[in-house]
Structure formats: C-alpha cells, structure tokens
Design a protein around this ligand. Sequence first.
Ligand code: GRF
Length: 198
Amino acid sequence: MSSPLKLGILGSGKGSNFRAIADAIAAGTLNAEVRLVAADFEDAGILALARERGYRAEFVAPGRFKTKMEPENEHRLAAMLRDAGVELVVLAGYMRMIKSPLLDAFPRRIINIHPSLLPEFPGLEAWKQAVEARAVRSGCTVHFVDGGMDTGERIDQAEVPVLPDDTASSLHARIQVAEHQLYPDVLRRIADGRVKIG
Ligand code: GRF
C-alpha cells in the first residue's frame, strides 16, 4: 500500500465532517493521516474534537476581516501546513474565502465540501436557500477550491430529497448524513490515485 495521504484540516465550526474523516482513518478504510487541524475561532468545536482525538490542533487568528484571513495570517497558516508535511488541505466547515497565500502554496491541493448540488445555491446557508427556493432535491458537493465562491472544479456530489415539510435545519441534518459518507469516500479516491491532485 502507498504511504498515507497527509491531510491538513481547516474548520470554523463543530467539525462533524472532520469526525467522519478521522473515523474512516481509525477504521482503516481511508489510507490517510491528519497532520494538523486548524481553525479561525479559538473556541471552535473542531479544535476541541481534534485535541480529544490526540491530533495537533492550532488556532490561527484571522485578523481584521470577516470573510477572509488577512494575507499575513494566511501566509502563516500556509507555512504551518507546509511545515507539517501536509499534501492536501481539506476544508471542513471553514467559513472564509481562500486567497492567494494558500492557493499558491497548495495548487489543486485544497478541497471543500459544500451543502448543495453546485452550481445550485453557492454561498452561505445553502440548505436554507434550497428550502426557500422550494427545491425538490439538494445534497452536497466536494470540489477543488479556486479563488471564487464555491466555483472550483467539482469532484463528486451526493443527492438527498427535500421533503415538503422540511425546515432549513431538518434539510441540513439530512445533507450532513450524506456529507459524512461523501467526504471520506472522495478522500479514498484521492489517496489511491483515482482522483488526481496537483
Ligand atoms: C457542512 O454542512 C459543510 O458542507 C459546510 O459547513 C458545514 C460544516 O459542518 N461547508 P461540520 O463543522 O463539518 O459539522
């Protein structure tokens, strides 16, 4: 078997996708290792979860912007990931746009999971957008990250139905079940070379 794919995970929230990835690694169904988990909020659940599981977890202060990291801070994050030997950066609920310090350091080596069938409903609270648009189906998409908002090349998607009595949160819960299957599955395909990274 080839050597494990070295992952750096970035998140802002509770980290359920990270948990699904860590579980797949622990179960021996994903040939990868988590080198670093980083978050832009000191109290993000994903950092607590990473520490619980014995992974290196780092808070990286974002700086003064809301929608992106300050370039200097993103440079620091990129250096941290590189120094940790990370081969693939996995966004797992990371809520800021990725800019050139990280994009240039990891060309075609950053992926994201988005809670809709892109190109439908890019941006924030995609599950709410789907309910408000009375969509009959939604789902999640794993894609490469480029400079745009959820615009990078799509790798794979999983579909879920939107039910007539769905609320934003019941739909999000159903999408998350699909995410927890899809993300480890795409990582498996990257780890064994079926999906090529940069
Ligand atoms: C997921 O729904 C993901 O699609 C979106 O942010 C959410 C993160 O959830 N990008 P979690 O922190 O992995 O639980």
